[in-house]
Design a protein around this ligand. Structure first.
Ligand code: HEC
Length: 258
């Protein structure tokens, strides 16, 4: 009796697990520069990734936790002060009210938050056929599969979906989404941006670059965290060695009778 109950419970457990994972394909595994114990961001890649975000994604996806000055901070894309000022100044930011009580527009400053493409969520939905383009500040952290998942979504479009899948208007086939459908049209196509460092802007390259950038925005202190982790391990190793040596010394005074 108890055994059957156990089997039933286990079956339910495993079935729900499989169901929860949905029918989405497993994310592609990428060998990121920031993977592993000594992982670090590739500065040039973060700068290219910002370019992709700015020129493509930013027209729909906001980045509300970031300020332009973050782009110059250590551990990130590390743009120079001059570059950060120029990036900020390329946006018109609403400010005010002035002495006359009116709101006005001015050129952006490094301390300004990233400009949002829409005034509010409803406006964002209205333009995107009811779908909301999620804020990108911490998107990598918010999705299971993290960086690999984001990269896979960007690579997962296919103009010829399997015949059994019905694709409605305004919906696109993407095998990495739960339900294999997404309401974002393929954002990156060959040459969507023109890189200044000579890197060829293939879909895979741009997808990797923008994903690396989004990984940094979601975890700006990744490099520091890994550095501290490394130092802690070294410290623990030395500490264990000292404990071992002092134990040996203490016990050496005890006569062992055999
Ligand atoms: C034309 C507007 C538009 C552009 C440009 C755009 N997106 Fe999206 N994006 C959307 C919408 C709308 C959704 C919500 C889709 C849904 O819920 O089905 C979305 C969803 C996503 C998702 C989330 C999938 C999930 O798990 O919910 C990712 C990742 C994403 N976009 C990445 C990007 C990246 C990276 C770029 C730039 C290269 C980009 N998008 C450019 C409109 C856009």
């Amino acid at each position: 009796m108890r055994q059957t109950l156990l089997i039933v419970l286990l079956t339910i457990f495993f079935c729900t697990k499989v169901h929860a994972a949905g029918d989405a394909a497993k994310p592609i595994k990428v060998d990121w520069s920031f993977n592993g114990f000594f992982g670090k961001f590739d500065r040039a890649q973060l700068q290219r990734g910002f370019q992709v975000y700015k020129e493509v994604c930013a027209s729909c996806h906001s980045m509300k936790y970031l300020s332009y000055r973050n782009l110059g901070e250590k551990g990130g894309p590390e743009f120079s002060e001059k570059e950060v000022k120029a990036i900020a100044a390329s946006y018109q930011i609403k400010d005010g009210p002035n002495e006359q009580g009116e709101m006005f527009e001015r050129a952006g400053l490094p301390r300004d938050k990233f400009k949002s493409p829409y005034p509010n969520k409803k406006a964002a939905r209205a333009v995107n056929g009811g779908a909301y383009p999620p804020d990108m500040s911490v998107l990598v952290k918010a999705r299971a599969g993290g960086s690999n998942y984001i990269y896979s979504i960007l690579m997962g479009y296919d103009e010829n979906p399997p015949r059994e899948i019905k694709i409605e208007d305004g919906v696109y086939y993407n095998k990495f989404m739960a339900g294999k459908k997404i309401r974002m049209s393929k954002p990156l196509n060959e040459g969507s941006v023109e890189y200044t460092d000579g890197t060829k802007a293939t879909v895979s390259q741009m997808s990797k670059d923008v994903t690396a950038f989004l990984t940094w925005t979601a975890e700006p202190h990744l490099e520091k965290r890994k550095r501290i982790g490394f130092k802690t391990i070294i410290y623990l190793l030395i500490f264990s060695l000292l404990v071992f040596l002092s134990m040996k010394k203490i016990w050496s005074r005890v006569e062992t009778k055999m």
